[in-house]
Design a protein. Sequence first.
Length: 530
Amino acid sequence: MTRLLNPEELDHACLGHWRQGRWDRCMQCARQMLQGATELGDTAAEARAVLWIAQCLQRESNSEEALTAARWSAELARRATQATDGHPTEIRALACICAAASALGRHDEAIAAAHQAAVWAERSGHELLRLQVLDQKSLACAWQGDTRHARRCTELGLTVARQLQRGDWELHFLILQAAIAAIAVVHDLAAGQAGPVLEELRHTLAAARARSTAPDGPAPSPTDHRLLGIIGTLLDCWEGRLDLALEGVSVLHQERSAGRAWLNLLADWTEVELAAAQGTIDLAVAGARNWVEAARTLHHQTLAEFGTRRRARWLTQLGRLDEAMAVLEEDWQARLLASQLARPLRQHILEFQLQHREHTGTGSGASSWLLDNPFTGVISRQQFVQRGEEALQGLDLSRQRCAVLTVRIAGLADVGEQQGAQVRDRTLGRAAMLLRQALRAGDLPARWSLDELAVLLHRSGGEDLERVAERVRQHLASEDWSVLAGGLLVQLQTGHTQARPNDTLTLLMQRCQEVRSAGRTAPEPQPQTA
């Protein structure tokens, strides 16, 4: 009679399959492990099994389902261990949430999960786990547009890797630095700038290549090897070395593999950039359109947004301004649809959290990152203060612009007492979603209070700040809020101020409150129910 493997043995089997790149076998073992753990009532093993499933789904570029599974794994781990500083399984689940949410274009959720995971990993003293978290956090920050913070993550990762004498991780973070520099170039090109960070890309790429070919150094993983080739080919395109770029595109095409579909997609982008470098902008526009469609098929919204911005810039160069505007509008609609498709999932998790709080009588059974961020899709006040102060300290406010915007839904605080916290949070979550749609990459929204959202606006000031504030007001005012809260009548109140030298986030928030109070022309309406 064949003995069935127990969850612990299946866990080790999953690890073996994972290391060998056999994702399908890893998924099969994980599902068997989940079934066995459920039958035994072993919640900790359930959490590990669901995490394997989430990681396999993410490898297959199935980010939506990966995000669902990773969230559930984090909850199971929290319930099983009752740890206040995060169990290793929960920390890994948060790192997976970061990767999946970043791919889906939900940058705020990705950064919030990564931040919590990074704090817990550092406290745990588990340095390898810390490296895994910094890996995901650096890319999430870069895709969001915060390349400065992304660089700091890689620098910290390099320090930890060298302390541990892990040459493989050191090489990986050197390659990540080159990737982040390439993303910074893309952001500059999409904004129509000349690419002042090209020199940084040359430097970081040279350092990564030197380490990967050192006689005493480790060989890059297959993924890192391809990533190096993609970055080098893109640099050749941007600097006009067309013969080398053409050779690089050919090599990348030959190295295509069934795994890592997003990596194949990045390799395909080199052909689009080559067409633009050769001066055939029409071909680049057509290639970008097909590439964006492929990215959306993979549900990789972040790459789709990246391709859309480049396509719109090329259309503008051709003088086809109406088409460029239509492309950006299409991208906005796609992001709106993606957000709407995610709403049932967010509602399901919210209901689970509320039920668990009612059952236990406390909030100790749910992950603190979810309590800080009750499905509004934005970071908590504590995280906002920390990251806001870091941003202000890192800027020369005599030359660089930065601002804060606040949005208050007057009357919403009373809704929690009259209709319940669930209705209040759902309404604020809808406001946060609309707010994110009106913002730009790199802006940092947060939940400031029960009825107020705050945003740190990068590169905003003067008339530009006024335009952003007006766009936010119009976008939120177009919503029928009464549908969400049983006849609730709300009044949107906004305030904004530009940062000055020596300002702190506290001072900025105080000035926003003063501006908002001064602009109030009517008493706050009281919530009314049908």
